[in-house]
Design a protein around this ligand. Sequence first.
Ligand SMILES: Cc1ncc(COP(=O)(O)O)c(C=O)c1O
Length: 423
Amino acid sequence: MKRRSFLKGLAAAGVVLPTGAWFPSCSADKPEGLSWDFDKVIDRFGSWSIKYGRLEDLGEKGSTKLSMWIADMDFMTDPLVSKALRDRVDNYVLGYTRTPVEFLDSVVSWEKRMHGYDVAREWVAPCPGVIASLNQAYLTFTEPGDTIVLQTPVYDHFRIYIEKMGRIPVENPLIEENGHYRMDFDGLERIFEEGSKVLVLCNPQNPVGILWDKETLSTLAGICERHGVMVFSDEIHSDLTLRGRKHIPFCSVSEAAARVGLIFGSPTKSFNFAGLSGTAWCIIPDREKREKLLGTLEKSKLDEPSIMSLTATIAAYSHEPVWLDAVKEYIQGNLDLVYDFFKDNDLGIKAVMPEASFLIWLDCRSLGLSQAELMSRFSDDAGIILNDGISYGTGGEGFVRMNVGCPRSVVEEALSRIRKTFG
Ligand SMILES: Cc1ncc(COP(=O)(O)O)c(C=O)c1O
């Protein structure tokens, strides 16, 4: 039987067939009927969430606490992403899957539209999660016992996994002045003279919320190149820029940056689907470095993302960022509430307003508490689970990180509890 009449027969029998396009087609506009409600409190207990699992483990004691720590949001994902996932499950065979060119093109087009960065398709590759990919990059470009430089306070999983990979994290703390942070270039020069091969850059910086400017990034690239140091730039928070600010991709700032830099990114933070692991990508302009890392991924069979992560990424990146703009505006409202609350209430706590993302860094140093006391006041007295500043390395003592990617009513409740506890 000819293929066409075979397919016709199936259709006549009521069998649903794919559209024929490799990926279900998506329009650039928000389809009618799709909506979101960021105010809605969604019960995540019992949903396998890590954020709420910590409360579940506390049993009765955890049930009234607010979970404002690990960096995912309490919102449903962009309805266009869930629609694409549903279409895929309903209409396609979930067999072994190769990465389609649409995935690479969606990253290229997204970087151009969002960040004005011209990326060649061959620079892009799918990656397992950002941390898993950084780990593979440590294995590829460094030896056991080598040092890797971090500018603290910075995302704690960098240090944790550098150590698990048998490498040694070395801190070059950021310089803080009145809530403003900058890189310590003299410190870097000193450390590099002792022979590090890699610096991990957090761009934008979590937990401090900084969008690094072009001058800082070009200076960093120049110093690194002079010392033969590669820069692994984690840009996972880059789409969550606030108040119309611009993110600058590290490799875009200069030829030196393109030579020394590897960018790792992912839509999982911005579109809130971190549970779809294996959803990340890298941009590596330098051919030799790219081929080396991709060789490592291929050898470990880490070069085949799941059909769901491919579908979600393409869906997220193939539309105008209507949902993303809306969620950012909502996040900004939450951040303003927290910032103004601490400005207007003299509780001994100051908020550092982030330039990107839904995490706010709270400076509690003037309370004069030990870190253990501070965490206990938030967790046991106020009933709010936050991230401990000290986990982010030197410069984190006396701080906590609060996640406001949640309904406004939760933020209001947290602030009311904080007033009672610290007032
Ligand atoms: C800066 C940064 N990088 C990476 C991650 C985790 O990325 P992945 O889940 O892709 O490993 C996080 C999560 O909080 C993060 O804040």
